[in-house]
Design a protein around this ligand. Structure first.
Ligand code: ADP
Ligand code: MG
Length: 398
């Protein structure tokens, strides 16, 4: 795979370089009266800076493109990259011109007016209906705007879209700094990880993550399961789960996975329950086999935190995806905080993947530098660990 260093070595001065970045930042809802939405976490913007800066410093005409939210193929000012352009400009310390469209006349004029070392940002790539279908006409539109293509959007490499795989097939291409850094860290998990290798999974949808569990089971020493997804496993063991999240159609699969896993899957032993998710909820801690009917399990309990922390204390490699509870609401944050602290204390490689997990690190006030790496790509990092092909990477390798 060609890298940014290869492009820089060949020289990019005066050349138009299209950079696909991951600028899909969380935005506060709703828009302010002025129409600009506020970015609540600019982590992805900051992670995109090195590639863009190096190209601009080398005299390239840098044309950045990215998606934001799900405008579903229609121009929608709610999903304009205007707030992102301002944030990117501040992070880069140089002006960023926002084009008035994605691949249309506005983008063409903006790119034509760029001088060497200047940076433009195209409008949301998902304003184009064909983008997520990898429509050849949209891919052609991106390719017409540049001489070279750099993919730095790790969070989008698991999708074959026009601005990822499509344009990579049409222009000389290379991987950017962030993509290379993410792949480097994740390869430390897949290629001969230091052991014990412990994976911690949580979050809300078990069906989304069963594929990961199945492919990780043979590779890990322990798989700790918390969050909303643990209840389908508890149900598979024959326990009642009250009103907790439950995916009934996945119970049989969970039962099979438990049978296959020996003692490698570790489930919660106690659970924080409440009648509902409210900031002033009355909570109690119950055994994982004794969740009262009508109550919802909304966090793992203190005994579970101690159990998980004990397993983690021996670990040399940890991957964590998915919060242990509804961490956004104070009474249900302790489990995620406790487990995250235990991961941060591990002497070895610790990788956090997943948008909500990364948000939890921030919201709960943990020091992000106490983890080896916080991935910008939740879905992409999970698919990489599953061993699935990432179309964006395959296109770069061609
Ligand atoms: P990530 O983005 O890190 O991959 P997910 O999107 O899978 O994580 O899940 C995050 C969501 O899971 C959070 O919004 C959290 O509130 C929710 N969650 C965690 N535990 C529970 C639970 N016991 N019941 C309901 N929701 C939960
Ligand atoms: Mg999420």
């Amino acid at each position: 795979m060609r890298t940014l260093d290869d492009l820089l070595a060949e020289g990019v001065a005066g050349r138009r370089v299209l950079v696909r970045s991951d600028l899909n930042v969380p935005l506060a809802d709703p828009a302010t009266p002025a129409g600009l939405r506020t970015i609540t976490d600019d982590n992805r913007v900051r992670a995109s800076v090195p590639t863009i800066s190096e190209l601009a410093d080398a005299g390239a005409k840098v044309v950045v493109c990215a998606h934001l939210g799900r405008p579903k193929g229609q121009v929608n000012p709610q999903f304009s990259l205007a707030p992102v352009a301002a944030s990117l400009s501040a992070a880069l310390g140089r002006p960023v011109v926002l084009a008035s469209d994605t691949i249309g006349p506005g983008a063409q004029e903006t790119v034509a007016a760029l001088k060497d070392g200047e940076v433009a940002l195209l409008e949301n790539v998902r304003f184009e209906a064909g983008e997520t279908k990898n429509d050849p006409a949209v891919s052609d539109g991106f390719a017409a705007l540049a001489d070279l293509y750099v993919d730095d959007a790790f969070g989008a490499v698991h999708r074959a879209h026009s601005s990822t795989a499509g344009v990579a097939e049409r222009l000389p291409h290379a991987a950017g700094r962030l993509v290379l850094a993410e792949l480097g860290v994740l390869r430390r998990l897949t290629d001969n990880p230091d052991r014990p290798y412990v994976v911690v999974l949580g979050g809300s949808k078990v069906s989304d993550k069963l594929g990961v569990i199945r492919s990780l089971l043979p590779k890990v020493d322990k798989l700790l399961i918390g969050g909303g997804m643990c209840f389908t496993f508890l149900a598979a063991q024959g326990h009642g789960v009250g009103g907790s999240l439950l995916e009934e159609d996945q119970i049989d699969t969970c039962r099979e996975l438990l049978a296959e896993s020996g003692d490698r899957i570790v489930l919660p032993v106690d659970v924080v329950v409440a009648a509902d998710v409210t900031a002033d909820a009355v909570t109690s801690v119950v055994g994982a086999d004794a969740i009262p009917g009508g109550m919802k399990g909304l966090d793992v309990g203190p005994k579970t935190v101690a159990l998980f922390a004990d397993v983690l204390s021996n670990a040399r490699t940890v991957f964590w995806n998915g919060p242990m509870g509804v961490f956004e609401v104070a009474p249900f944050a302790a489990g995620t905080l406790g487990v995250a602290r235990a991961i941060a204390a591990v002497d070895g490689t610790t990788v956090v993947g997943g948008g909500d997990s990364a948000a939890a690190v921030k919201l709960l006030g943990l020091d992000p530098t106490s983890f080896t790496h916080i991935s910008t790509g939740g879905g992409a990092s999970l698919e990489f660990l599953e061993g699935r092909e990432l179309p964006g990477i395959t296109a770069l390798e061609a």
